[in-house]
Design a protein around this ligand. Sequence first.
Ligand code: 3PG
Length: 207
Amino acid sequence: MTTLNARMAELKVIPVIAIKDADKAVKLAEVLSENGLPCAEVTFRTEAAAQAIRNMRDAFPEMLIGAGTVLNAEQVDQAIDAGVDFIVSPGFNPTTVKYCQQREMPIIPGVNNPSMVEQAMELGLDTLKFFPAEPSGGVNMLKAMTAVYPVSFMPTGGVSPANVKDYLAVKSVFACGGTWMVPGNLIDEERWDELAVLVKEVANVVA
Ligand code: 3PG
C-alpha cells in the first residue's frame, strides 16, 4: 500500500468540495483539520479551485489535499502547481492518466465497469474511484468487481451516512468520497460551526 493509500485508508472518507470563493479555503481547511478529517478533494468544477488549493496548502502543509474533476493535462498542471498530493478524475481518460504518470503525480480515475478496470490496470493503476457509485450498481456491483480484480476502490457518487458503512465493509474499499459532509451552502454562507458539527459526526461514524 502506498503512503497516499494508507493515509486515505486511515481517514476512511474524503470530503469532495466545490468551493466558489478561494478566500474561504483556509477556514474550511481549519474546520476539516480540527474536526477529524484533515483532507480535501477540491474539485475543478469552480474557477476558485486552484487558488483554494494553494491557500489550503500554505496554511496546512500537512493536510492531504487532492484535486477532483480533473479533465485534462492543463488542469493537472494547475493542480500540481497549486500543491496537491493526488488527482481524481470522474472517468477513465488514458491521456490524463498517462500525463499524471509522466509528472509522477498519483491519479485515481473513475471507473464503473469491468472493461474500464482492465484498461486502468493495463496502465499500471491499482487504485480507482468507483463513480458514480450508487447509479452504477452500488455495493453489489463493487462486490462483483472485487471478486475479480486485484484493485482498490474509492466509491463516490451517492455515498451517504446511510450507506457509507456498507461500502467501507467491502474489502477492496479503502475510503469513500462524497460531498455530503461539506454542503456548498454552509461554505458559501460561512456557517462554520454547523460544518464543524457535520464533519465531526462523519469522522465519528466511520471511526
Ligand atoms: C464527485 O464530485 O466526485 C461526486 O459528484 C460526489 O458525489 P456526491 O455528491 O453524491 O457525494
